[in-house]
Design a protein around this ligand. Structure first.
Ligand code: CMC
Length: 392
C-alpha cells in the first residue's frame, strides 16, 4: 500500500489549498482575504466580512445592499421547522438543537441539495446566513419557555438576532447599540480561522458531496467540544470556580501545572498561535470598555486578568508558548450582554458560519478536491480463526 504518513491531529498535514484566511502563528498575524483582522475589527461590519469571506472582495455599496436585502428575505423559519423545538427537552444544550435544525434544512430545501448547482448553492448560502440566527434565537427562547418572535427585517442582522433572543411579543424591544456593536465585533473576530476542527469537518463532510446544510450541521457539532468552541463556556465555568474558591489564581495555576485530572487552563494555548492570539488582543482591549459600559464591571474580569498575568510569567506556560486564545475573554462579554454560559458556543457558531460557507464553496469549486479519506496504521490482531461460542 506504499508509505503512509502518521500524523495524529493532522499537526503537519496540509489538507487543502485555500485563499480565504492567512495565519502566521509565530507572529500572531490573522488576515481575511489579505485584510488584517485589526483593520476589519476597527472599520468593518459582520455582514460585510461575511461577504468578503464568501465572495473574496469587499462589497461595493450596491453589492452590500443587495446581499443584505437577499438575506432579509429569508430570515423566516418554515412553521413546520419551528415545531422541531417542541421535541427537545427544555434544558437541552442549544448546540445540538442548532445542529439538528440546520440538518433539517436539508429536508425543507430539497431544491438545494446538488453541490454543483451554483444558483442553488448561492440560495443555500443566503438561507443559512438568514435562518441560522433565527434558529439560534429560538433555541434560546425554547430554554426560557418564552414565545418565538418573528424576525423584523427592518433591523440589521445582529439587531434582529438580539431582538428575537431577548424581546417579548407584547413589549417593544430597543436594541442597545453598544450591545449590538460588541456582538458584531465578536462575530467579525470569529468569522474564519482556516483549517480548524469545525471547518475541516465541514470540508471533510462536503468532500463526499453532501449538501451545504448537512456539512454545516456537522461543523456545528465539531465546534461543540470544549477543546474547540466549547472553550468559551468552559472558561467562564473555570473563572467562576476560582471565584468560588476564594479567587486564588496561584492555587489554580499550580493545579494546572501538576496536571490534575481534568484541570487545564481553558482559553489558553492554540495549535497554530505560539504567540498572543491577535483576536484575544482585540477582545482584551475592548473588554474593559464594554464591560464597564454594559454591566458596570465584572469581578471575573479581574480574576481573568490576574490569571493571565500569572500564567504569562510562569515557565510552564512560557516554555510551551501558551498564550490566551480567542475564547479567554469572550465569555465575560457574552455574559455581560445577557447570555447564559451554555449559550456562548452558539454565538461562536453564528460568527463562524460565513467562514464555514466560504470554505465549503471553495472546496466544491476546487478541481483538486477528492473525497477526504485518511489512512491508518493498523495495530490489531494478525489473522486468526473463528471459534464457535462454546469454545471461547
Ligand atoms: N493548559 C495547560 N497546558 C496546556 C494547555 C492548557 N490550556 N494547552 C496546551 N498545554 C500543554 C500540553 O499539556 C502540552 O504539554 P506537554 O507537551 O508537556 O504535555 C503542550 O502544552 C502542547 O499542547 P498540545 O496539547 O500538544 O497542543 P495542541 O495543539 O494539541 O492543543 C489546544 C491545542 C487548543 C487544544 C490546547 O491548547 C487546549 O486544550 N487549550 C484549552 C482549550 C481551549 O482554550 N481551546 C480553544 C482553542 S482556540 C479557539 C477554538 O478553536 O475554539
Amino acid at each position: 500500500t506504499g508509505y503512509i504518513t502518521y500524523d495524529p491531529g493532522f499537526v503537519n498535514t496540509g489538507a487543502a489549498s485555500s485563499a480565504i484566511t492567512y495565519i502566521d502563528g509565530a507572529e500572531g498575524i490573522l488576515r481575511y482575504r489579505g485584510y488584517p483582522i485589526e483593520q476589519l475589527a476597527q472599520n468593518s461590519t459582520f455582514i460585510e466580512v461575511s461577504y468578503l469571506l464568501i465572495y473574496g472582495e469587499l462589497p461595493t455599496r450596491q453589492q452590500l445592499d443587495d446581499f443584505t436585502s437577499r438575506i432579509n428575505r429569508h430570515t423566516l423559519l418554515h412553521e413546520d421547522l419551528k415545531r422541531f423545538f417542541d421535541g427537545f427537552p427544555r434544558d437541552a444544550h442549544p448546540m445540538p438543537v442548532l445542529s439538528s435544525a440546520v440538518s433539517a434544512l436539508s429536508t425543507f430545501y430539497q431544491d438545494s441539495l446538488n453541490p454543483f448547482d451554483e444558483p442553488n448553492v448561492e440560495l443555500s448560502t443566503i438561507r443559512l446566513l438568514a435562518k441560522v440566527p433565527t434558529i439560534a434565537a429560538y433555541a434560546y427562547k425554547k430554554s426560557t419557555g418564552q414565545p418565538f418572535l418573528y424576525p423584523d427585517n427592518s433591523l440589521g442582522l445582529v439587531e434582529n438576532f438580539l431582538r428575537m433572543t431577548f424581546g417579548l411579543p407584547a413589549e417593544p424591544y430597543e436594541v442597545d447599540p453598544d450591545v449590538a456593536k460588541a456582538l458584531d465585533l465578536l462575530f467579525i473576530l470569529h468569522a474564519d480561522h482556516e483549517q480548524n476542527c469545525s471547518t475541516s469537518t465541514v470540508r471533510l463532510v462536503g468532500s463526499s458531496e453532501a449538501n451545504l446544510f448537512a456539512s454545516i450541521s456537522a461543523g456545528i457539532m465539531a465546534l461543540f467540544g470544549p477543546l474547540h468552541g466549547g472553550a468559551n463556556s468552559a472558561v467562564l465555568e473555570m473563572l467562576e470556580g476560582i471565584k468560588a474558591n476564594g479567587g486564588d489564581v496561584n492555587d489554580f495555576v499550580n493545579r494546572v501545572k501538576n496536571r490534575e485530572e481534568g484541570v487545564r487552563l481553558m482559553g489558553f494555548g492554540h495549535r497554530v498561535y505560539k504567540n498572543y492570539d491577535p483576536r484575544a488582543k482585540i477582545i482584551k482591549q475592548t473588554a474593559d470598555k464594554i464591560l464597564a459600559k454594559i454591566s458596570g464591571g465584572d469581578e471575573l474580569l479581574d480574576i481573568a486578568k490576574a490569571l493571565e498575568e500569572r500564567a504569562l510569567s510562569d515557565d510552564y506556560f512560557v516554555e510551551r508558548k501558551l498564550y490566551p486564545n480567542v475564547d479567554f475573554y469572550t465569555g465575560l462579554i457574552y455574559r455581560a450582554l445577557g447570555f447564559p454560559t451554555k449559550y456562548f458556543t452558539v454565538l461562536f457558531a453564528l460568527g463562524r458560519l460565513p467562514g464555514w460557507i466560504a470554505h465549503w464553496r471553495e472546496m466544491i469549486q476546487d478541481p483538486a478536491t477528492k473525497i477526504g479519506r485518511p489512512r491508518q496504521i493498523y495495530t490489531g490482531e494478525k489473522e486468526r480463526d473463528y471459534k464457535p461460542i462454546s469454545e471461547r
